[in-house]
Write a protein that binds this ligand. Sequence first.
Ligand code: SAH
Ligand code: SF4
Length: 370
Amino acid sequence: MRPREGFASFWMSTMGPDCDTAPQKRRPLAALTREALAGELKGAGFAPYRARQVMHWFYPKGAGDFAAMKNIPAGLVGYLDSHYVCRSSHMVAAHDSGDGATKIQIALADGETAEAVLMEAGGHVTLCLSCQVGCPLGCLFCATGQGGYARDMDAHEIVEQALHAQSLLARESRVSNVVFMGMGEPCLNLEAVLAASEILNAPWAFHIGARKIAISTLGDPRCIESIARFRLPVTLAVSLHSAHAELRARLVPGAPATPQETVEAAWRYFKSTRREVTYEYVLLAGVNDSTGDAEALARLLRGKRAFVNVIPYNQVEGLPFERPSSHKVAGFVRSLEARGVKASARRSLGRGVHAACGQLRLARPAGRLK
Ligand code: SAH
Ligand code: SF4
């Protein structure tokens, strides 16, 4: 991570929002596309090209209030100020783990908290986004799933996570990849996830390539079909964790389909988009990490264009699982490769600040950050 000068792990709860927190009637600017803003400005008697200027200040330049938009005339600044807000949420904390990961805590307008994680590795800046406050699906090994569910996030709240993250980066550095692997299940809030992805991809906003936007999901087949119909060929990541129907149903009680049905749906995604599907497999010592488990997975994925991301379990306090040894993890990956399945083990960044996969927790109302 290359932070702005002077940036370190710090609490910002006393600093307040970047600009006003949304009062009732003013809408978050991140809820609008540039075209929608142009239409609204035109309706109010302003030249539509002003939308281009406003969005340029708002996204690439990261402006936190309308007065900072230097080439915007005072009359329009006044109009913008009375109709929109630059941020509906504010960043309350950023914890630097020291290994390239920074966990960002964001207070939403209603007092709920969302978390995002910024990771720098191999010259890429990857942002892990949340799409729900908590998650209702209750996977046994996941801190988010064990912490409960409060609500879905709006598209603008998802986009604002990226605005907050971008504000922590050095000026020349930009978010290059986005993964929906924070809190929540994208398929339970797909409309907002896809609307946010449009803005993350838009050249006038974050300009992140569609292939560099990954949606990670338990893989409801109907939802996979909807993602396949989406205008952008995003990367699909399916959380599988076991090829055995019975074991997967135990580990992932909210699983919407069997492993077989899930892989078939992902295969249809590949056939219609030509995008290779990634499978995520959280490796739990003594639970799903045997050679037999690798064989069953290889059989299930045989002939499918797939890549398996093996994620060694990240410890979650109070849960009864263990992380397998690195020797065991490497052996599991080798077993898959020996059977013709491409695979690698994911390096876990951010464990020191509970920012690694599965370690994001729902802050319940007692812990609300106002
Ligand atoms: N709900 C979506 C996306 C968020 S979870 C999904 O499940 O795919 C993102 C990834 O983190 C998933 O692959 C999930 O299985 C993984 N994960 C959850 N808990 C974990 C843990 N304790 N250790 C390692 N990975 C975990
Ligand atoms: Fe929800 Fe994904 Fe965690 Fe399962 S792993 S509880 S689907 S966030």
